[in-house]
Ligand binder design. Structure first.
Ligand SMILES: Cc1cc2nc3c(=O)[nH]c(=O)nc-3n(C[C@H](O)[C@H](O)[C@H](O)COP(=O)(O)OP(=O)(O)OC[C@H]3O[C@@H](n4cnc5c(N)ncnc54)[C@H](O)[C@@H]3O)c2cc1C
Length: 391
């Protein structure tokens, strides 16, 4: 049996950032992660960081490489009916911007910082189970390197993603769940070729949505709308490039092809559980909510949760005052629902609906034209995309 102040389950962006913020405040934590370090560092996921996210990572002392290698973007484009329309994010939001920097890199920076501090981060922790949540001293049991362990703590931070064990440990009937499955997914590729775009392009096309994104000056990240259970075997590289060319082509611009080094299919879902707390367990990030990736909000929301949780834990630690812990769920859910709406709105505006219902297609066109011609509508998109300061 060991003891710590905060037991963090999951070494994704949420758990690792929380550990870092607590470390700066002198609060002890142990991070338990089911996977290996190599697996966590190689998992390709998000890549768009809001300015508030970058500021938080800088405050946590892991901003140096983001500042050096992150690509600052001041706009995105929406493409439809064969034309691209730029949304000048920074002009519309008083100078705010986004930074393109892969989640894999964020995770590598956070793991390196944690290990350098010599603080406990246990990879390949197996069979993690949560006990005595309603008591003052919750416990976690797990296996590590062949031995059984028990960890007693003041608080458990459930940062273990959508399929983790923390939310599942909450007794039935406590949580209210809200969800939506989308009848499409994204086929994503990573290609070793200089991106053909300077800024992200969201393309709505009669063959389905496509997104042109990037990870670095030499790595392109491109996506195609596909079925949620699309069989990758049916997508040889040539077919992927052909489809990208068709969906994103515009006059006077060329999509340069290159070797594809990673391919995957992601389903799309919206999900929220309320409240984000039960007893001494606080859920953060994907453990409590999921958004479809179209609004680039998943990672950013996860880091917002842990910023709020860290502040609450610091207050609790300094003064024994639980006011902020009690307000945690309500405070986070305000932003969660704003981002849920934005992500749903972007998704339904840009993807080909099942059966291509002509009425819905006309509504999409009308909305896209409105967003690209009305400064008020463009500003609404921009302020959500770069991240609202207050919600
Ligand atoms: C395939 C995919 C693609 C995505 N693409 C994008 C994108 O393009 N843009 C975007 O904004 N967002 C994207 N997202 C969402 C974004 O990556 C997530 O919102 C973000 O990873 C949330 O961070 P997190 O720390 O809350 O959860 P996670 O990153 O999921 O981390 C949870 C951690 O907990 C660990 N864990 C799970 N169960 C246990 C257990 N029982 N015991 C111990 N550890 C456990 C996991 O191994 C993992 O390391 C994507 C998500 C997925 C799944």
């Amino acid at each position: 049996m060991t003891r710590t102040q905060v037991a963090i389950v999951g070494a994704g962006p949420a758990g690792l950032t929380l550990g870092r913020l607590l470390e700066s405040a002198g609060i002890e934590s142990v991070i338990l992660e089911a996977r290996s370090r190599a697996y966590c560092e190689a998992r390709i996921r998000a890549g768009v960081l809001e300015q508030g996210t970058v500021d938080l990572l800088r405050d946590a002392g892991v901003g140096e490489r983001i500042d050096r290698e992150g690509l600052v973007h001041h706009g995105i484009s929406l493409q439809f009916d064969g034309e691209r329309h730029r949304i000048p994010l920074s002009d519309l939001t008083g100078g705010r911007s986004i930074v393109v920097y892969g989640q894999t890199e964020v995770v590598k920076d956070l793991i390196a910082a944690r290990l350098e501090s010599g603080l406990p981060l246990l990879f390949e922790a197996e069979g993690v189970s949560i006990h005595d949540l309603e008591a003052g001293r919750p416990r976690i049991r797990y296996r590590h390197e062949g031995a059984e362990h028990e960890l007693e703590c003041d608080v458990i931070a459930g940062c273990d993603g959508f399929h983790g064990c923390c939310r599942a440990s909450i007794p039935p009937g406590v949580l209210r769940e809200f969800s939506r499955e989308y009848p499409y997914g994204w086929l994503g590729i990573l290609a070793e070729v200089a991106p053909s775009i300077d800024e992200l392009v969201y393309a709505r096309h009669e063959r389905g949505f496509a997104l042109l994104s990037l990870r670095s000056p030499t790595l392109s990240r491109y996506y195609l709308q596909c079925a949620p259970d699309e069989n990758l075997d049916e997508w040889p590289d040539d077919r992927i490039w052909e489809e990208l060319q068709l969906r994103t082509g515009v006059a006077g611009w060329t999509l340069v092809e290159g070797p594809i080094v990673e391919k995957g299919v992601t389903g799309m879902r919206s999900y929220v559980c309320e409240p984000m707390r039960h007893g001494r367990l606080f859920l953060a990030g994907d453990a409590a909510h999921i958004v479809p990736p179209t609004g680039a909000k998943g990672l950013n929301l996860a880091l917002h949760d842990v910023r709020v949780l860290a502040e609450a834990l610091i207050r609790f630690n300094e003064r024994g005052d639980e006011t902020l812990l009690d307000a945690y769920s309500t405070e986070c859910l305000r932003r969660v629902w704003r981002c849920e709406h934005f992500s749903w709105w972007m998704t339904t505006m840009l993807h080909l609906p099942p059966g291509a219902d002509p009425f819905e297609l006309r509504l999409q066109s009308a909305q896209l034209r409105y967003v690209t011609t009305s400064p008020a509508q463009a500003r609404a998109l921009a302020e959500n995309y770069v991240g609202l300061e207050a919600v």
